[in-house]
Write a protein that binds this ligand. Structure first.
Ligand code: GLY
Ligand code: MN
Ligand code: MN
Length: 446
């Protein structure tokens, strides 16, 4: 079913990439686009390789994430070519011959050694825009070395924010997997498992291990939820567990899902009510993912909404506007409201002013916002408000001018819960936003 719909959507996706690549080459004054899939990297003084990560520019064209040493070659007016490395190697499982809904759209040359790619690339390397890592260089004196021309990159990365229907379908598939994992993880949490045990159950349910997931799972019990990127995975469960923050995604053909849920062990507790309040704010913010919306405004709106939650629960003793104006809200909501999502969990070009370069600055006092662009149809963004009781930030707060605006007894009572974050992946359209995450949870894909 999913393969059929991807097959139906892929030709239009490829047409879009061809059109974009054609303009990008004009902008840079090049005749050919070359994209190496990337290479293996080795640990220092060792023969162990790091997990391979495909060049995002490569997996944009073909859903291949396990094929180092391959190349995409495109010349306007010609069929795109895939130079596909299928080494003779009895040490490892060799990639299968290229097949699938995408393969018929390429001229494919299968090679057995990385250097053999040279026979299939355009003759004149100086006429090529080559997008990739330096280590992918091939040819005499590294003639085919990635040159990453800025006008070409600017154009392609800017437009990558606008997903094709094929890409949205890929992200739906990644979401389907991740939601399965989230359901399994919640079950394990309620059964009293350790963070490590929950992580393994998540991977099992998703069908992906740490190398395939789009980022390291954040599996945080109790106070660990206050560490924004907590990835320690304690082997032993706490004696009595109160809360669980899970920020975990999944991949499909190189596309990412990025989902966070927070749970209280006691569904009748005040912490559950606090989660519910953050979730209401989150849903309202998701509703604002609309064409023409400035994402910086959405971030500032999130500060007001979360400051209201802090006020309602008695953590702060001033009004929401004052909490935002004085920077107090940042002590509890210390990250951005979200980011673009796609081939990379933090998608590129979040600050791009145009497809010809330039930067849209972050609002002053908000250094961790990762997206400052105006939303437009096709963009997929995360909406991930959070409120945390983080030791370091609370120490600073106590020592600063906002200390008197805080009810410290209330804060103390919640510290052991860590924090709350709720994160959905939302598509901007011409009309109502499409919440990929909620749709999948609602579909009941247990
Ligand atoms: N999982 C990382 C993030 O939410 O940005
Ligand atoms: Mn996340
Ligand atoms: Mn995120």
């Amino acid at each position: 079913m999913i393969a059929e719909s991807l097959a139906a959507l892929y030709p239009a996706h490829l047409e879009t990439l061809i059109a974009r690549a054609t303009v990008a080459l004009e902008r840079g004054g090049f005749d050919h686009l070359l994209v190496p899939s990337g290479t293996l990297h080795y640990q220092v003084f060792d023969d162990r390789d790091y997990p391979y990560a495909a060049n995002p520019q490569f997996k944009h064209w073909v859903p291949l994430v396990r094929n180092p040493g391959s190349w995409l070659a495109f010349t306007p007016g010609e069929r795109p070519k895939l130079v596909y490395l299928q080494p003779r190697d009895y040490w490892h499982v060799v990639p299968e011959a290229p097949s699938g809904y995408w393969a018929e759209h390429f001229d494919i040359a299968v090679i057995r050694k990385p250097d053999d790619a040279l026979q299939h690339l355009p003759r004149n390397a100086t006429r090529c825009a080559i997008l990739g890592e330096p280590q992918s260089a091939l040819g005499r004196y590294g003639a085919f070395a990635p040159n990453n021309p800025q006008p070409v990159l600017d154009y392609l990365e800017y437009h990558r924010a606008y997903k094709t229907p094929y890409e949205i379908a890929m992200m739906r598939e990644a979401t389907r997997r991740a939601v399965r994992g989230h359901r399994a993880a919640e079950r394990l949490f309620r059964a009293g498992a350790s963070e490590f045990g929950i992580h393994l159950a998540y991977c099992q349910a998703v069908g992906q291990d740490a190398n395939e997931l789009p980022y390291g799972n954040i599996v945080a019990l109790d106070a660990h939820g206050a560490v924004l990127h907590y990835t320690e995975l304690d082997r032993v469960p706490p004696k009595s567990v109160r809360s669980f923050l899970l920020d975990a995604g999944a991949s499909h053909g190189g596309y990412a899902a990025d989902i966070t849920r927070t749970h209280a062990m006691d569904r009748g507790s005040e912490f559950q009510a606090f989660i519910d309040a953050v979730e209401r704010a989150e849903l309202e913010l998701c509703g604002k993912v609309r064409a023409g919306m400035d994402y910086r405004q959405l971030h500032l709106d999130a500060h007001i909404a979360l400051a209201r939650v802090l006020e309602d629960f008695g953590f702060i003793t001033c009004g929401a506007e004052e909490a935002v104006a004085t920077g107090l809200s940042s002590s509890f909501f210390p990250h951005g409201i979200g980011h673009g999502l796609g081939l990379q969990v933090h998608d590129v070009a979040g600050f791009a002013a145009s497809d010809a370069g330039g930067t849209i600055d972050k609002p002053q006092g908000h250094p961790y916002l990762r997206l400052t662009r105006e939303l437009a149809p096709g963009m997929v963004v995360t909406i991930e408000p959070g409120l945390y009781f983080a030791d370091m930030l609370l120490e600073d707060l106590k020592a600063g001018s906002n200390a008197g605006r805080v009810d410290w007894n209330r804060v103390e009572a919640f510290r052991s819960y860590g924090g709350v974050r709720i994160e959905d992946n939302v598509v901007c359209t011409d009309g109502e936003p499409v919440n990929l995450t909620r749709e999948e949870f609602a579909a009941g894909s247990a």
